[in-house]
Ligand binder design. Structure first.
Ligand code: SF4
Length: 241
């Protein structure tokens, strides 16, 4: 058993049927993310924080999560690490190993921004939800950080080489995409031999960038459905939600 991980946890969803394919799961949200997507709904999870063991602290620490998981053995089937960006923390690897040793399948939501850490995690992962933010030319504009496109592409390659079950997910916000941009992204993903893609229409509400909080010119669902129909044959799964 590895030493107790010092993973900084931002929250817990104790039960979900939506976050790991075909499995009853919980989601552990981790603190910290190096990206600054304008549509981010979890801005409170972006800053780096130190682990806390303060009594009365509202946010669970890893020991609390471990005790929760132990109590859910045989009830939940999978644990998904999400964020924030879980690979921002070196403590993710021992936490993932511990989770697997408790008998759970392990899923990861990631933007692929840390390919070297992802490579070490992959032997322990049963499923990855990889956020591909855009085609490479648009990455810096959408993530607010330089150099991310190459890292995300490397992470995609690593996942494909490892033959890990995965789905690419892209959030569509009208501040970031027009219909041509969505078409170009789907062409790019097909070229990269991605087979499962989920397009998620951005929601209004709390966002990191106030300009993203309202959808003044939302996409027409019929336009998006037409694009999906046009590209459907390029993927084994192309979802729009
Ligand atoms: S990668 Fe995710 S958590 Fe990080 S800023 Fe973007 S939307 Fe927020």
């Amino acid at each position: 058993m590895p030493a107790t991980p010092s993973l900084v946890v931002a929250g817990l969803t104790p039960m979900t049927t939506l976050d790991f394919p075909d499995r009853l799961a919980c989601v552990v949200f981790t603190q910290g993310c190096p990206l600054r997507c304008g549509y981010c709904h979890n801005p409170q999870m972006l800053p780096t924080k130190q682990p806390t063991t303060e009594p009365g602290e509202q946010t669970p620490n890893w020991q609390t999560i471990e005790a929760f998981l132990t109590s859910r053995r045989g009830l939940l089937e999978a644990v998904v690490f999400s964020g924030g960006e879980p690979t921002s923390q070196a403590a993710l690897l021992p936490a993932v190993i511990q989770t697997q040793q408790l008998g759970f399948k392990v899923g990861l939501h990631t933007s692929g921004v840390n390919p070297s850490r992802l490579e070490k995690l992959l032997p322990y992962l049963d499923w990855v939800g990889l956020d591909i933010k855009a085609e490479p030319a648009d990455y810096q504009r959408i993530t607010g950080r330089p150099g991310v496109a190459k890292k995300a592409e490397k992470s995609l390659q690593l996942i494909q080489t490892a033959a890990c079950n995965y789905q690419v997910r892209t959030t569509l916000h009208p501040q970031d995409f027009n219909l041509l941009g969505i078409n170009n992204l789907l062409h790019w993903l097909a070229e990269k031999q991605v087979s499962k893609v989920a397009l998620q229409i951005a929601r209004a509400g709390q966002c990191l960038d106030p300009a993203y909080q309202t959808l003044e010119q939302p996409f027409l669902k019929s336009d998006l459905q037409a694009i999906v129909s046009q590209h459907q044959s390029s993927f084994s799964q192309l979802l729009l939600s």
